[in-house]
Design a protein around this ligand. Structure first.
Ligand code: ZN
Length: 307
């Protein structure tokens, strides 16, 4: 039984319109689902991914309108790393991000920057046999587009406290830059630590949790294994697009294990992903009220036809 790399990464935004603009127009990801927070249907849960909404490419945001900026500290993911497929692609992104007025620091084939709310991001050249998970964008040739996650870096007070749980229970393989490889039969990602003494606080521009991919038929077994390893998982929660369990790894980072599928085409055709407000079935009868209170957002692809 192996986890198939990162499923999704979920972070916090205080500015949904700015968030949509940055992740779709600037980074070229596709808004694949415009849903609401299942605990508070007056605010969004936004999902950006490749063209079909694949696990392994999906960064999601809880909207807390006007939320103050947080800061990553111990027990929090601080940087999300994406792959591109060539050195030309790194050049492309350096130029594109600079043109957008963002500070992008180049170190060889890596480019580190932050989103408009301070979330740490990196684009790096990765040679891999994993399928490139790419979205379509009129200004970004497919050859240089972002190809899905490569990994995440988290802060810990002491990386050793997590080692046994990550390797023995979750099957992470030690390797590379104080990190671990999380690889299944289809796909892999890395998980790495940087040691830091300070505590952070949640808020806009911070990561809430990272989810790892499980085959649907192994999900219950993963829950059992996490429980046996002392991970205190939640019950299995049906998130409609996938099933999930949540637990904290020993360094304090909130982990989720989510099933690959049924996926985002469960309630929308792939051609129309993300265009309409998607409500969980138990909120569907409230659609009229909810549509009136959520922050108005543009359709990121509305002007494509005329370009
Ligand atoms: Zn999640």
């Amino acid at each position: 039984m192996k986890l198939e790399g990162i499923h999704h990464v979920t972070a916090i935004t205080g500015d949904a319109p700015g968030n949509v603009d940055f992740y779709t127009r600037v980074l070229g990801l596709r808004l694949v689902k415009k849903s609401v927070n299942q605990d508070d249907p007056t605010v969004y849960h936004l999902f950006y991914a490749d063209e079909t909404g694949s696990a392994g490419s999906d960064i999601t945001f809880f909207e807390y309108p006007g939320a103050r900026r947080g800061r990553a500290g111990r027990g929090m993911v601080h940087t999300v790393v994406w792959r591109v497929g060539s050195a030309d692609a790194v050049d492309f992104w350096q130029e594109r991000l600079t043109r957008e007025g963002l500070e992008a620091a180049r170190d060889g084939d890596r480019l580190t920057f932050a989103d408009p709310e301070g979330l740490g991001l990196e684009i790096r050249l990765v040679e891999t046999g994993d399928e490139p998970l790419v979205a379509v964008h009129p200004d970004i040739p497919a050859a240089v587009a972002i190809q899905g996650f490569d990994g995440v870096r988290a802060y810990t007070g002491d990386a050793e406290t997590s080692r046994a749980f990550l390797t023995d229970t979750l099957g992470f393989a030690p390797g590379g830059e104080s990190g671990f490889e999380v690889r299944g039969d289809r796909r892999g990602s890395f998980y790495a630590y940087d040691e830091v003494a300070g505590t952070g606080w949640p808020g806009a521009g911070t990561v809430h949790h990272v989810a790892w991919s499980s085959l649907p038929e192994e999900h219950q077994a993963w829950r059992d294994r996490v429980a046996d390893g002392g991970g205190r998982p939640t019950d299995i929660i049906d998130r409609y697009y996938f099933k999930s369990i949540y637990f904290r790894e020993p360094s304090g980072v909130l982990f989720e294990i989510a099933t690959i599928g049924p996926g985002f085409t469960t309630d929308e055709d792939v051609e129309h992903l993300g265009e309409r407000l998607a409500l969980p079935p138990n909120y569907e009868h409230l659609r009229e009220q909810v549509e009136k209170v959520v922050t108005p957002l543009p359709d990121p692809r509305a002007d494509w036809a005329v370009r």
